[in-house]
Write a protein that binds this ligand. Structure first.
Ligand SMILES: [Zn+2]
Length: 460
């Protein structure tokens, strides 16, 4: 064996028990109360939880947006992810105008190759639907990309119309893919943005005011209704508010296969952040925007009830100096997005488990197991079991942390969580059976992360 992890407590989405874990050739090969076989290295996990590596199914590394590119590439972004206990990401390959899906996927494959330090997959965002593009969808599923994203916002750029969404849903159902939607009403936002700008209202807070929660609620309900017409499941990304959650709950209560994620920023930050002095509000310009604080409680309830199944980050960092300031005189020119890939497990563990909102198993489920199951990665990833990939985190539930841009590994000059304190830190991170983080040091190498061909997704 390469490693024997001793004295730890295994935590999965369903169990918690004391056992040793044996690793060889990138896989978990043995789990037993005591493992006596020799190993190249023994890792002592006394006082630590052994959890499946985090899976972040919503990231934007090296992504062009509004004339600039997100600040983390597949090297810096996956190193930051690894420091935070995430061992798999699924990033978005975004179809440019006139691009085939194949070329779209190849473009993103090239961005990741030789750089990623953890395993990765891709969703493809379909932004320009033609018959030819439709015909390519089954081929993409066969290549290991069984999820497509549609934007109902960003009019004139990424947005597609309802007919196109309907066609993508129909074809996805046939091909074995899950459709994800960015649910905001792009037509209405377009009017609001232009109205504010015409009135000379250009500060960052107008980003939020031009994207009201009702526009998210409407698009969420519409997306769900269109999925119902297509007889297909649907997944709502970065759900931020009550108006949208109500639609998800209503559909799920009726038994429809509707799924949704939220992100730490919507549980911990709010509209108030846009009012920070100077141009500071730009740090929080993302879509959907941060909402009124009253939504925090609503979202936690949605998580507890199971109506929200996944915690992802929507990591899409832009530097405050040199990128966010492109919109100093116009909120609509501020690149949309914020960093978070490094701090998801730490923040969510503290807020969920330490604050007794959820138990340990649900924590593991939300950050690893559920996303693995929904997106065709389970049981290769998302659990601690013999035969699964040895993607593991030795997590110290008691270790304190304080988040700061000065000490983070994300390649960006700020964090929305500056000064946040909590307990719960990944001590050792293992990817494909290799220790890549130990005692706050990165021991991996760029390029060791592999593209994971995900399985077709069939949800009844
Ligand atoms: Zn996103």
């Amino acid at each position: 064996m390469d490693y024997n992890i001793v004295n730890g407590t295994i935590v999965t989405a369903t169990d918690k028990y004391r056992a040793d874990v044996g690793i060889a050739n990138g896989k978990i090969v043995k789990i037993a109360r005591k493992i006596k076989e020799p190993a190249m290295e023994v890792l002592d996990a006394k006082g630590l939880y052994i959890i499946p590596g985090g899976i972040d199914i919503h990231t934007h590394l090296d992504m062009p947006f509004g004339g600039t590119v997100s600040a983390d590439d597949f090297e810096t972004g996956t190193i930051a992810a690894a420091f935070g206990g995430t061992t798999t990401i699924v990033d978005f390959a975004i179809q440019g105008k006139g691009m085939t899906l194949k070329r779209t996927l190849n473009t993103w494959m090239k961005k990741a190759k030789g750089k990623a330090v953890i395993d990765y997959g891709f969703h493809i965002a379909i932004c320009h639907l033609t018959d030819k593009v439709m015909a390519e969808m089954p081929e993409m599923v066969a290549s290991g990309v069984p999820s497509f994203k549609c934007f109902l916002a960003y009019k004139g750029a990424l947005m597609i119309d309802d007919g196109a969404l309907y066609r993508v849903l129909l074809e996805s159902k046939k091909a074995g893919a899950l459709v994800m939607i960015h649910a905001e009403n792009g037509d209405i936002l377009d009017v609001l943005i232009n109205d504010f700008l015409a009135q000379g209202k250009t500060e960052p807070k107008y980003h939020a005011l031009s994207r009201p929660p009702e526009a998210e609620g409407e698009a969420t309900g519409r997306g769900i209704a269109i999925a119902q017409m297509a007889g297909a499941p649907i997944y709502i990304v970065h759900l931020s508010c009550k108006e949208a959650l109500d639609k998800v709950q209503e559909a799920r209560d009726q038994g429809y296969p509707v799924f949704a994620e939220t992100c730490p920023q919507y549980l911990l930050r709010s509209y108030q952040n846009y009012l920070e002095p100077g141009f500071n509000g730009a740090k929080y310009v993302m879509s959907p925007p941060l909402r009124d604080k009253s939504n925090w409680k609503v979202l936690w309830k949605g998580i507890a009830s199971g109506d929200l199944q996944v915690i992802s980050t929507d990591h899409c960092p832009f530097n405050f100096k040199g990128q966010k300031d492109m919109g100093k005189k116009n909120f609509a020119a501020i690149p949309n997005g914020a960093p978070g890939i490094e701090h998801r497990l730490m923040l969510f563990f503290h807020e969920a488990v330490n604050k007794r909102r959820l138990n340990l198993n649900r924590f593991v489920d939300l950050v690893s197991t559920a996303p693995a199951k929904l997106f065709g990665l389970f049981p290769q990833k998302g659990t601690v079991a013999v035969g699964s990939d040895a993607d593991l985190v030795l997590f110290d539930p008691k270790a304190p942390y304080k988040i700061s841009a000065r000490t983070q590994h994300q390649n960006v000059d700020y964090t929305p969580y500056e000064g946040f304190k909590g307990r719960g830190v990944p001590r050792v991170v293992i990817s494909q059976g290799k220790v890549i983080i130990k005692e706050k040091k990165f021991l991996g190498r760029p390029g060791q992360g592999k593209f994971i061909k995900r399985k077709p997704i069939k949800i009844k």
